[in-house]
Design a binder for this molecule. Structure first.
Ligand SMILES: Cc1ncc(COP(=O)(O)O)c(C=O)c1O
Length: 278
């Protein structure tokens, strides 16, 4: 049975869901989105994701056309119709059908659910290697649909044997294309960039989880700090917590998955799980 998708106020089978080519998302790459998980049928951190969705829409001068209550009703109806327990739900708001392919129009809202495997282990199962690249995302605090540089860099990543990119500007670390960055200093302070980033919901939950257990700082983090770091990890809704053991071919800490990444991962897993599984 095909999944269903909301296109504006219509619930339609996924293979019939479409937008016209005049949409500014297609013409100019103009739009925003948000993405949250469901576990055992329950949305995880829905309000936080909706806060960010409405923030991104307002920052991009896009009228969502629905308020929070209406949006929750549509999400609820979609989840009920599809009946997929563990999933990712994407809310996309586009620039709309622009008469001249350039000026803003009434946005189109698409709500789409896809299968997403929930990690079977609370602890990280693998680590990754990053490649640095000088870049600052446009409107970094907004979750835009623009992943141009990240997608364009994919062949270079493969060439360099890296798994993901770490953006920086003049040696100041920002984030990865789809995740936030944490570094544990040699004094065991957990630091994470505070500006020029998309404030991830997972990042917020990490900061809440470690509060009172570990010193934390939201501040400028320099590439130069990587050489003395005890640990590095990245976070996102889909990736959860992923330890980084190499940046630009240079080993981080002892090159193994560190205890703080393990603890944070397990703690977040426990907090996000539906009540029955905690
Ligand atoms: C640019 C960017 N930074 C950070 C994140 C992580 O955010 P979250 O933890 O809300 O998934 C994402 C998620 O896709 C992202 O696109």
């Amino acid at each position: 049975m095909p999944h269903f998708v909301f296109v504006n106020d219509s619930l339609v089978p996924a293979d019939e869901a479409s937008l016209l080519i005049g949409d500014l998302a297609i013409q100019r790459g103009y739009g925003i989105f948000d993405f949250f998980k469901t576990m055992d049928g329950e949305p995880v951190y829905l309000d936080e994701h909706l806060d960010r969705f409405f923030h991104s829409a307002a920052a991009m001068r896009l009228d969502a056309g629905v308020n929070r209550v209406e949006l929750k009703q549509r999400i609820g109806a979609l989840l009920e119709r599809n009946g997929i327990a563990n999933s990712g739900v994407r809310l996309t708001l586009t620039g709309g059908y622009s008469p001249d392919g350039y000026s803003l129009a009434q946005p189109n809202l698409v709500i789409h659910q896809s299968l997403l495997a929930v990690p079977v282990s609370a602890e990280p199962t693998h680590s990754i290697r990053l490649m640095t690249y000088p870049h600052l995302r446009q409107l970094p605090e907004v979750k835009t649909i623009d992943y141009l540089v990240a997608i364009w860099l994919q062949p270079l990543l493969r060439e360099k044997g890296a798994d993901d990119v770490l953006y920086h500007r003049d040696g100041v670390i920002a984030e990865c294309p789809r995740s936030n960055f944490f570094l544990l200093t040699d004094r065991d302070v957990l630091v994470t960039p505070g500006t020029n980033i998309l404030k991830g919901i997972t990042r917020m939950k990490v900061l809440e989880a470690v509060n009172g257990r570990l010193a934390t700082e939201e501040r400028e983090v320099l590439l130069a700090e990587l050489t003395s770091a005890n640990e590095v990890f990245i976070t996102s809704t889909t990736k959860h917590v992923v330890p980084v053991t190499e940046v630009d071919g240079v080993r981080i800490g002892d090159g193994r998955i560190g205890p703080v990444a393990k603890w944070v991962s397990a703690e977040l897993y426990k907090r996000a799980a539906p009540y029955g599984r905690r």
